[in-house]
Design a protein. Structure first.
Length: 429
């Protein structure tokens, strides 16, 4: 029997992963099943490859889902994070390894003892951010520690942005991944360490307190702290660091406009009241006192002041806003997106004739090929694809609930990503 891979989810981030797996399937005689609620979409990603097949699937239909999992040698999930628990329990029941690009949440963490007892590998956070950020940062940190150094300051910035050649709207942003995640971004606030102090920023202030960083050849961009950075302090072996912040990059004017949207309550997922406005202009009234000359063009471009009615099925502010984001900030056929990642480390190195304190910067820039093979799809999908190959060829002898912070994981993955165009440039000063 040929090894069977089952991929759940054929959305925006799946294209390059499917391409990679089908190419490797031709070499290793694997079979790939792509399961999605939209079978036509899944089939379009597979094309005419004899090594793949598409299957329509309601992920909540237990019998159909478990039939796929039980016949798999490896399961990969690109489903929304809230649905990973369904597949995780199935993988435990049938003794299958699981790969995801999503954060390890509480539901997944609770499964750790059972995953370990069954000698399975559940490798999570194996995409871009989280994923490539972990691997590239750990490669730097481990090298500095081997050289006897100490990391004093650590910042890791990541942005899914629009390529300069396609930057033609006042937001300086277009949607290249899940638009729902864009609307919810930052909703949990942020926790980080700065100058030895634990800092907490809540959602209402997150975008308004952005800071700026200069990106090579790209100028000044804004950053805001991303989720709970401190959960990775021990994982990175950086308890020593006085500053430890993982961030998200956006254009400064994006942050200013989004801060007004958040403050006005227009990202709320709560159901609208029974008596609620029907037009975008009426719905967006709470933002009016917050409008400044700088952000007015962004809000108008997004459609907040349109007098037309929004769809009846959009029953929360978050759903209304997501609809606008999807339509007004959509990638056009000739558009290209861009991924940028910048690690900034300040290190105390052993005394020598050189300076004892050095700054290390490691920078990644990837542009999409087209509307489907985006930079986001490349950087999310290719690490998962390489990990799948490592598992199926038995190149890894790894078990447990892991993220890619181990040299055994990050060294071969980063090595294979480099000739695929995902390569970091380093500068030491």
């Amino acid at each position: 029997m040929h090894p069977q891979i089952v991929l759940f989810g054929a959305g925006r981030s799946a294209t390059c992963l499917i391409d990679y797996l089908l190419t490797e399937a031709a070499v290793h005689h694997w079979k790939l099943t792509v399961a999605d609620g939209d079978q036509t979409l899944a089939q379009s990603k597979i094309g005419g490859s004899p090594f793949g097949r598409a299957q329509g699937l309601d992920i909540r239909h237990e019998e159909s889902r478990q039939q796929l999992v039980s016949g798999a040698d490896l399961v990969i999930s690109l489903l929304p994070p809230s649905l990973h628990a369904l597949l995780a329990r199935d993988c435990l029941s049938f003794g299958k390894n699981l790969l995801t690009a999503s954060y390890v949440d509480e539901d997944m963490a609770r499964l750790r003892p059972e995953i370990e007892s069954k000698n399975l590998l559940f490798l999570c956070e194996m995409g871009l951010d989280p994923g490539i950020d972990h691997m590239s940062a750990m490669q730097l940190v481990d090298r500095i520690h081997r050289d006897g150094g100490k990391v004093i300051r650590f910042l890791s910035h990541t942005g899914g942005l629009v390529a300069p050649s396609s930057d033609d709207n006042p937001w300086h942003y277009k949607v290249s991944w899940n638009p729902g995640n864009i609307v919810r971004a930052g909703s949990g606030g942020a926790v980080f360490r700065e100058e030895g102090q634990r800092k907490t920023w809540d959602y209402q202030e997150l975008f308004g307190r952005f800071r700026e960083v200069s990106l090579p050849s790209l100028g000044r961009w804004a950053w805001y702290p991303n989720r709970d950075s401190l959960r990775y302090l021990e994982r990175y072996g950086l308890e020593e660091a006085q500053t430890f912040i993982r961030t998200t990059l956006r254009h400064p004017i994006f942050c200013q406009a989004w801060q007004a949207i958040v403050a006005a309550g227009l990202t709320s997922a709560l159901p609208l009241s029974d008596v609620h406005p029907r037009t975008y202009a009426q719905w967006s009234k709470p933002i009016r006192p917050r409008i400044t000359e700088g952000i007015q063009p962004l809000l108008a471009f997004l459609g907040l002041f349109d007098e037309r009615e929004f769809p009846a099925e959009q029953t929360s502010s978050a759903a209304i806003l997501q609809g606008l984001v999807e339509s007004r900030l959509a990638m056009q056929p000739r558009d290209r997106d861009m991924i940028v990642m910048l690690h900034q480390l300040v290190c105390q190195m052993p005394s020598s004739r050189d300076k004892s304190v050095v700054q290390v910067e490691s920078f990644l820039r990837v542009e999409g090929q087209d509307r489907l093979r985006t930079a986001m799809a490349q950087t999310v999908g290719l690490p998962l694809g390489i990990a799948a190959k490592m598992v199926l060829t038995r190149a890894w002898d790894l078990h447990g609930l892991l993220i890619p912070t181990l040299p055994a994981i990050y060294e071969p993955v980063l090595r294979e990503l480099a000739p695929l165009g995902i390569r970091f440039e380093e500068r030491v000063s």
